[in-house]
Design a protein around this ligand. Structure first.
Ligand code: MG
Length: 278
């Protein structure tokens, strides 16, 4: 019986394919900034575009082409994609509010206080390269401690969590954890003194009349390895407590946290996210 159903489905599929070819599906050409676009206008309309576009519609806006360059290595910083806002290129902290952070040899280093962008951001792709100090002699709980505070309040933890150490911080405080909430899927930490990368895709929370209607979410790679897969963020960063959401603007500045350890940063860039058809 099952085999009969499979055969019937296969014949139906072949007839359908053949009829499409037999009708000589009409290729339509359109000019675009990226050259001539070939597509179809004799196909069904896509309901999720409010019937604005056909399947394979050549009139649908072409996503913008973005030039990308080398990814970061342990030795060399990566290059930001063409359409990114470069927040720190190794030399210039002008995109940030005034701070005491040191800038030298292609990196900035935590001294006192945190670093806060002048511009505010919502949904974004964020790339951060960081390094925990190679020869930390202080408290274990401050070992490479820093953080990426999305919207100034949702913390992706920076910490030296390499397994070479005898003592480790709690899982929801280790490198790449959503601090005080969710540990990363794996520990992808490199040794202190080695450059590491965070690639973060962040969806901002939505508030209506001061009520949370959609929590924030994050997908993230640490040194190229997936550590959060569309993970819900439960609230703003807290310590030894249950996090909560408090209403805030749709866009807020990004903060790199100073936390008593000379963590270094280089090549920090952000791409505010929208819709390719907007
Ligand atoms: Mg921290």
């Amino acid at each position: 019986m099952r085999r009969e159903i499979q055969s019937t489905l296969l014949i139906a599929f072949l007839l359908c394919t053949l009829s499409t070819v037999a009708e000589g599906a009409e290729l339509v050409k359109r000019d675009s900034p990226l050259g001539t676009v070939l597509g179809y206008k004799d196909t069904p309309k896509l309901p999720w575009t409010d019937n604005k576009y056909h399947v394979h519609d050549p009139d649908r806006p072409m996503p913008k082409h973005v030039v990308t360059d080398a990814a970061a290595t342990r030795e060399l910083p990566g290059k930001a994609p063409e359409d990114a806002i470069v927040l720190f290129d190794g030399k210039d902290l002008s995109k940030w509010e005034e701070s005491k952070w040191k800038v030298e040899n292609g990196y900035t280093e935590v001294t006192h206080g945190s670093l806060k962008t002048k511009e505010a951001f919502g949904d974004c792709q964020l790339h951060v390269e960081w390094m925990a100090p190679a020869d930390w002699k202080g408290r274990m709980m401050s070992r490479g401690n820093s953080g990426v505070l999305l919207m100034g309040r949702y913390e992706i933890q920076i910490f030296d969590s390499h397994p070479m150490h005898d003592e480790q911080i709690y899982p929801d405080g280790q490198a790449a954890s959503i601090y005080a909430q969710t540990p990363p899927l794996v520990n992808a930490c490199r040794k202190p003194g080695e450059w590491q990368t965070f690639d973060i895709v962040f969806t901002a929370p939505v508030f209506e009349d001061d009520k949370l209607v959609r929590p924030a979410r994050v997908t993230m790679f640490h040194n190229g390895v997936l550590v959060h897969n569309d993970q819900e963020i439960m609230g703003a960063m807290t310590h030894r407590n249950i996090c909560v959401y408090r209403p805030h603007a749709a866009k807020e500045p990004l903060v790199l946290q100073g936390h008593g350890s000379p963590v270094r940063f280089r090549n920090v860039w952000i791409r505010p996210l929208g819709d390719s058809e907007e």
